[in-house]
Design a protein around this ligand. Structure first.
Ligand code: PLP
Length: 355
């Protein structure tokens, strides 16, 4: 499919790379494509970044049929722009589509469209260490009409924003509140896909955690509030007695690409890693026996986020003296090293763009 390009004639100045705020400033262009029954996905365009028009009865506004992705473009020291396992994001977008009855996209074409967009806005991929361009592909149901059924019209968009280093003063351990009242997702629901509704459902718990001075929520399973699921927008890992444990994907947890890459790295280092159910009680027992050595979250935004403290029912557990663990640091250094092209990419994870 051809992509029609309309260049932005009112180019915005690029923001100061030293003071980039996550998700606030967007680049000069966006990718847009439409779906209807007659033409399938069609009308692929790159347009000046700007407002979109929606009928007030558009189904997205009433029934929340929306999916999204989150990925980054990194600039290497040599000046190249690189993507990290981008095909996995578009594969996951189609998994999300399937769950919400949204017509599938051609994954290869999506990547092609993204690369075209990045070529136009290439100067917006920042240069300072630790900075990157965050990429947000998403789909909304645009068909007009009230009544609950899968929409017959959609829009797919890609927008991008330069983002600063997640850690201004090096890796900082975060404080986590273990939520035992609200739940994020249940098996059979939509916890395994990236959809706005999952985040809407998480706000109440997140707000509660923030009021108690915790930065994020650790979710427990929706049925028994017993098994550990994940943290905010991150998967979670524990190092217990020399072994690494992460909750298995049972249908309510988001299958993170950073999670998968972390598991693959650990295996390549011959560090035992188990994907299985882990209960909050097991975590407490490990902590009480001094066997909880490290805990960290994984996700595109922070890559590896060490956890320094858990609060479960007012019991506070401080992990590794609130210091970054050796393994967390090694994983962070390796993953970011590969992403920014400083380390050899033995896994073939990085896609180097040629502009
Ligand atoms: C995106 C996301 C993650 C992390 O996935 P990555 O592919 O590693 O960025 C984890 N949990 C939730 C709920 C998410 O939305």
């Amino acid at each position: 499919m051809e992509i029609k390009i309309t260049l932005n004639k009112n180019l915005k100045p690029k923001p100061d790379e030293n003071t980039l705020v996550f998700g606030q400033t967007f680049t000069n262009h966006m990718f847009v494509m439409d779906y209807n029954e007659e033409n399938g996905w069609h009308n692929a365009q790159i347009l000046p970044y700007g407002n979109i028009q929606l009928d007030p009865a558009s189904m997205i506004l009433h029934y929340g049929q929306e999916v999204f992705e989150g990925m980054k473009a990194y600039r290497s020291e040599q000046g190249n722009i690189m993507l990290f396992r981008p095909e996995k994001n578009f594969e996951r977008l189609n998994t999300s589509n399937d769950r919400l009855c949204i017509p599938k996209l051609d994954e290869e074409f999506c990547l092609e469209a993204l690369i075209k967009l990045l070529e136009l806005d290439k100067d917006w991929v920042p240069h300072l260490p630790g900075t990157s361009l965050y990429i947000r592909p998403f789909i909304i149901a645009t068909q007009k009409g009230l009544g609950v059924h899968p929409a017959k019209e959609y829009k797919f968009l890609i927008i991008c924003c330069p983002v600063g280093s997640y850690y201004k003063e090096g890796l900082n351990p975060v404080k986590i509140y273990v939520e035992d009242e609200y739940v994020r997702a249940v098996k059979g629901g939509t916890g395994f896909i990236k959809s706005g509704g999952n985040y809407a459902a998480s706000l109440k718990g997140q707000e509660k955690a923030e009021k108690m001075n915790y930065s994020q929520v650790l979710w427990l399973d929706g049925k028994e509030r017993k098994y550990i699921e994940e943290v905010g927008a991150m998967n979670v890992f524990f190092k217990i007695d020399g072994k690494v444990v992460t909750p298995s994907l049972e249908g309510s947890i988001l299958p993170g690409i950073t999670r998968r890459s972390t598991i693959e790295l650990l295996k390549s280092w011959n560090i035992p890693v188990e994907e299985r159910k882990i209960s909050i009680d097991e975590l407490i027992t490990a902590y009480n026996e001094n066997k909880l050595e490290e805990a960290f979250g994984t996700g595109t935004a922070a890559v590896i986020s060490p956890i320094g403290e858990f609060n479960y029912q007012n019991k506070v557990m401080v992990v590794n003296n609130n210091q970054i663990g050796e393994l967390s640091q090694k994983l962070y250094d390796t993953l970011t090293g590969i992403q920014w092209g400083k380390l050899k990419d033995n896994f073939g994870w990085v896609k180097k763009l040629d502009f």
